[in-house]
Design a protein around this ligand. Structure first.
Ligand code: DON
Length: 304
């Protein structure tokens, strides 16, 4: 299939549409991003690479990084990780505190903020230099030394991260954070501040379309079973209380971030990254979802 023409056409249509989303204001530096940015990049298992628009401009991947921190923690602890975090969709906003008390500090899944904080806690316990080792892990998966944290975005979020501070302290009080909450939050904010562009993202995540193995030299990042489980979690929980809607409209497994990025994967076929900063009410990129919905409808290349 010639993705170039298809992507160009859909890009043009979606770019011309009215954007009904809004920039996130709760992280001051994200509220300053140019709202008209729009980039797309696809990387396929048969080595096609195509991008359009602002696909080479780096942005803050935010919650998309939660997939990578989960993968590293899963590699370190194996199935024991599920004693600390569940695998059910929450049906609630990504930063909700609601379920934690009744569920005794076990977050519903690793992609809501509560779950990602527990994952950051695991990384702090298991790694000697968590911040450096996590970055090295991400760079290694993609053979890309140009991926970095943004200390500016991390500081911007930290300054006003009262909700995450509350979440982390609450989980600590319920016994499911083992380290000092301030250290867990620092690592969490750094992880969320990772920056990359759509091409980096689609190349990085292609291993999840390849049963957990690197494309270049087939080194396993995850076992096939682990890779299946990560894809399943992205499918059921990757878009928070809009995960059902994403499956319904797009039909791919994926993950979004409040930086306006979405990575979506069709196992055995491709990984596609979209970036458009304005978000819908559930915190997912408005035009990113539109683009992917049209893309899978036109190509007929979706899981469902
Ligand atoms: O903790 C936060 O609120 C952000 N650093 C990440 C949230 C996020 O990306 C949710 N995604 N749609």
């Amino acid at each position: 299939m010639d993705f170039k023409d298809i992507i160009q056409d859909i890009y043009k249509n979606v770019k011309a549409m009215e954007d009904c989303g809004a920039l996130p204001t709760y992280i001051p530096d994200l509220a300053e991003v140019d709202p008209n940015k729009f980039g797309v990049h696809i990387t396929t298992m048969d080595c096609q690479n195509y991008g359009v628009g602002d696909c080479y401009q780096k942005f803050s991947i935010q919650s998309i990084a939660k997939v990578l921190s989960l993968i590293l923690a899963y590699k370190l602890l194996g199935a024991k990780i599920w004693e600390r975090v569940d695998v059910e969709p929450s049906g609630n906003a990504f930063n909700s505190l609601l379920q934690l008390e009744v569920e005794k500090g076990i977050p519903r899944n690793p992609f809501i903020n509560a779950g990602a904080l527990v994952i950051a806690d695991i990384l702090l316990s298991e790694l000697e230099h968590p911040k450096a080792e996590f970055l090295a892990f991400v760079r290694d998966i993609s053979n890309n030394e140009n991926i970095n944290y943004s200390s500016q975005i991390a500081a911007s979020e930290k300054e006003v991260g009262f909700r995450n501070i509350a979440l982390c302290n609450f989980i600590k009080s319920l016994g499911n954070i083992k380290n000092n909450p301030a250290d867990v939050l620092d690592l969490y904010f750094d992880i969320c501040s990772l920056e990359m562009h759509c091409k980096d993202l689609s190349e990085l995540f292609l291993f999840l379309a390849n049963n957990g193995k690197k494309i270049t030299d087939k080194t396993p990042i995850l076992t096939e079973t682990q890779s299946k489980r990560i894809n399943a979690l992205m499918q059921t929980c990757g878009f928070y209380d809009e995960s059902g809607e994403f499956a319904f409209r797009v039909g791919l497994t994926g993950k979004s971030g409040v930086g306006g990025g979405i990575i979506a994967i069709y196992p055995d076929k491709y990984a596609i990254a979209v970036w458009s900063p304005k978000l819908n009410k559930k915190g997912n990129s408005y035009k990113g979802m539109k683009f992917l919905e049209e893309f899978t409808s036109v190509t007929n290349l979706s899981i469902f």
